[in-house]
Design a protein around this ligand. Structure first.
Ligand SMILES: [Fe+2]
Ligand SMILES: [Fe+2]
Length: 260
């Protein structure tokens, strides 16, 4: 069973679909999750549960993988339900999650913006350029920089999940480069494609962070590190000098406009 702990949960579920149902009973939604990067041992680490509960879960998974083994399975569906509360983020982690809320407002507008792209007028170009400014200044400089330069420095970022996150940031930056090139060439098709791809990438990316990475990292941070992190976030934001109000008002205006 030890070897299965180092196997990807998606691979285990592909071979033994019942494992997804068992995890679901413990409030762990690996079946419908599209992220698919966790190993079985990561699941145990991320969704910390009481030792006896974890033992019970592992016994049930083991019984599914090795039905020929006589394994004690004295559980019931009622006992499977864990009493885990949703994770309450520390203040600095909540700050990153709040920034995601702002970024998601922009992502939600992208399909309507794409439908109405007009690169023949200053106004049409302005809407796109302001959206790209939000991506570059708010999403990347203010937000991704806090993740990469500060938060991740507290952990061993050679682990696979960090590499996935870095790669998402890199692809997002490349989409921005391509968007700017498309505006220059007045290439509406390319601009639409890169905006759409960016929107889909970031929506998935934020989900990975909100639901998997951040709760997991937050549990690993000590109280002292949480205080330090909040201070470092404050000074980083001051140094960068990005004004969130500017982007909040851009979003409100665009939301009102697209609602008409
Ligand atoms: Fe990120
Ligand atoms: Fe993020």
């Amino acid at each position: 069973m030890e070897s299965y702990k180092n196997k990807g949960i998606k691979d285990i579920i592909a071979d033994f679909p019942q494992v997804a149902d068992i995890l679901e009973e413990y409030g762990i939604g690996c079946g419908p999750c599209t992220v698919g990067i966790c190993l079985l041992k990561d699941i145990l680490d991320i969704h910390k549960m009481a030792p006896e509960k974890e033992q019970e879960l592992m016994s049930r998974i083991e019984a599914t993988i090795y039905p020929e083994r006589a394994i004690k399975t004295d559980y019931s569906a009622e006992t499977a339900q864990t009493d885990r509360e949703p994770h309450v983020f520390s203040a600095p982690m909540q700050r990153l999650v709040n920034e995601h809320v702002v970024i998601k407002r922009w992502l939600a507008l992208i399909p309507a913006v794409v439908e109405r792209i007009d690169l023949t007028t200053d106004e049409g170009v302005g809407i796109i350029e302001d959206g790209i400014d939000l991506i570059k200044s708010y999403a990347d400089r203010l937000h991704h920089a806090k993740e990469e330069d500060i938060l991740f420095s507290y952990f061993d970022d050679s682990e696979k999940i960090f590499q996935v996150i870095y790669e998402d940031h890199r692809i997002a930056r490349n989409h921005v480069k391509e968007m700017l090139a498309a505006i220059e060439k007045k290439d509406v098709a390319a601009l639409s494609q890169h905006l759409t791809d960016y929107g889909q990438l970031l929506a998935q990316h934020i989900r990975k962070e909100d639901e998997i990475l951040f709760p997991w990292l937050d549990k690993k941070l000590t109280g002292k590190q949480v205080v330090e992190l909040a201070q470092k976030f404050d000074s980083e934001d001051r140094e960068i000098g990005v004004e969130p109000e500017k982007y909040l008002s851009y979003l409100s205006n665009l939301e009102n406009r697209l609602r008409k």
